[in-house]
Ligand binder design. Structure first.
Ligand code: NAD
Length: 260
């Protein structure tokens, strides 16, 4: 087991990519906190892990709320005895051309992706520094941390921003044995993507099938979606890599959609 007795917090883990990371971490022996806006669904995910013999707890957390993040992370540290891994994964998508984008939507998305990443990082670092054991901070970026697409201005902006935060945390955290890295997935079939297929079709005046084939998967090497398990295995790799040799990096998992 690659994460035996490690404590991991995964935000946005009631659904999609975050949930799969929580399941994989638990299978590898971690005690996992499912931190999500949706407490009922977070509890279901925690129960699923427990029914498979893992250890998990659900925490109600809006990642944009300073008090909820600080209290939630402290609660997990108290319950499980520390924090070793923080996966800052919660996110949303908003589809709109820049000239029609509401300022409130811009601020909403930036807050969830960037304020959320800052607040969860700060709260986790407090415990990682104090324990003397260090830890691993993992940000859920995207191919959109490296590349732009039409209709996604706040998302592309925020995902690029995560790389900056990651590099600073990698430099500051090194003295405390804390590593920080970003995962950059291509398109993964989760509720976040299923919602935007018809929205993009409408904005671009094409069919949903054309959105999938000609927009989302057009530049992949094989026309395939990335899976939640592909991303979870990458998150496992970062969480279980225990030296500062691998820090401040961003790894693209996208069927070759974007290469660097
Ligand atoms: P999802 O919609 O399946 O899950 C997102 C989860 O985040 C939900 O459980 C939701 O309740 C939670 N959440 C939303 N706002 C929150 C908040 N303010 N506080 C706490 N929790 C909140 O989406 P997903 O596809 O699994 O996305 C997870 C992450 O992966 C996001 O950061 C997303 O940008 C990123 N990502 C997704 C894809 C993809 O194709 N699906 C690709 C690259 C990156």
């Amino acid at each position: 087991m690659r994460l035996k007795n490690k404590v991991a917090i995964v935000t946005g883990a009631a659904s999609g990519i975050g949930k799969e990371i929580a399941l994989v971490y638990a299978k590898e022996g971690a005690k996992v906190a499912i931190a999500d806006l949706n407490l009922d669904q977070a509890k279901e995910a925690a129960e699923e892990i427990k029914s498979k013999g893992g250890d998990a707890m659900a925490v109600a957390m809006n990642v944009t709320n300073e008090e909820e993040v600080d209290n939630g992370v402290d609660e997990v540290a108290k319950h499980f005895g520390g924090v070793d891994v923080m996966v800052s994964n919660a996110g949303i998508q908003i589809i709109s051309p820049v000239d029609q984008l509401a300022f409130s939507d811009w601020k909403k998305l930036i807050a969830i992706q960037l304020d959320g990443a800052f607040l969860t990082t700060r709260a986790a670092l407090k415990h990682m520094y104090a324990s003397g054991k260090g830890g691993s901070i993992i940000y859920m970026g995207s191919v959109h941390s490296k590349e732009a697409s039409k209709l996604k201005a706040p998302y592309v902006t925020a995902k690029h921003g995560l790389i900056g935060l990651c590099k600073v945390v990698a430099k500051e955290g090194a003295a405390h044995n804390v590593r920080a890295n970003v995962i950059c997935p291509g398109f993964v079939r989760t509720p976040l993507v299923d919602k935007q297929i018809p929205e993009q079709a409408k904005e671009l005046g094409i069919t949903e099938e054309q959105v999938i084939k000609n927009v989302m998967l057009k530049d992949t090497v094989d026309g395939e979606f990335t899976t939640t398990d592909d991303v979870a295995q990458t998150a496992l790799f970062f969480a279980s890599f225990e030296s500062n040799a691998l820090t401040g990096q961003s790894l693209i998992v996208s069927h070759g959609w974007f290469m660097e």
